[in-house]
Design a protein around this ligand. Structure first.
Ligand code: 5GP
Ligand code: ZN
Length: 112
């Protein structure tokens, strides 16, 4: 667990969230500031800073994709958007990698 990491604190149960799914390697919970009717964050339980670091670990990468697939089934997602913000300049504010899974409204492309 990384000190001063909000998502490590959430994984440890020190900060309350609405959990949607959990397995041995990942936790999925609703975003406190939803940008769509469905806005779920999927995080590895182990502290990994961003998708670049995640991608260096094939097992952890697969676990996160597997968790997203689990959400597709559990939440009956059909059309959805998956976003990984990487770096402050791209909007990353919590430096524990997380997939945003957004659904339930039309999504423009390009996102702007
Ligand atoms: P980022 O900006 O790093 O891509 O995404 C971080 C996300 O975490 C934001 O969408 C923000 O709303 C969400 N977030 C920040 N603090 C909390 C919290 O305490 N609980 C939950 N559930 N989500 C949070
Ligand atoms: Zn962390």
């Amino acid at each position: 667990m990384a000190e001063d990491c909000l998502f490590c604190a959430i994984v440890a149960g020190e900060v309350a969230v609405t959990k949607v799914r959990e397995d041995d390697d990942t936790v999925a919970f609703t975003d406190v500031n939803p940008q769509a009717p469905v806005h779920i964050l999927v995080v590895p339980k182990r502290h990994i800073a961003d998708i670049a670091a995640l991608g260096a670990d094939p097992q952890a990468s697969a676990a996160l994709l597997h968790a997203i697939r689990g959400l597709v089934d559990a939440e009956r997602l059909a059309d959805f958007r998956t976003v990984f913000n990487t770096g402050a300049g791209a909007g990353q504010s919590v430096f524990h990698v997380h997939a945003h899974v957004l659904a339930g409204r039309p999504m423009a492309w390009p996102p702007g």
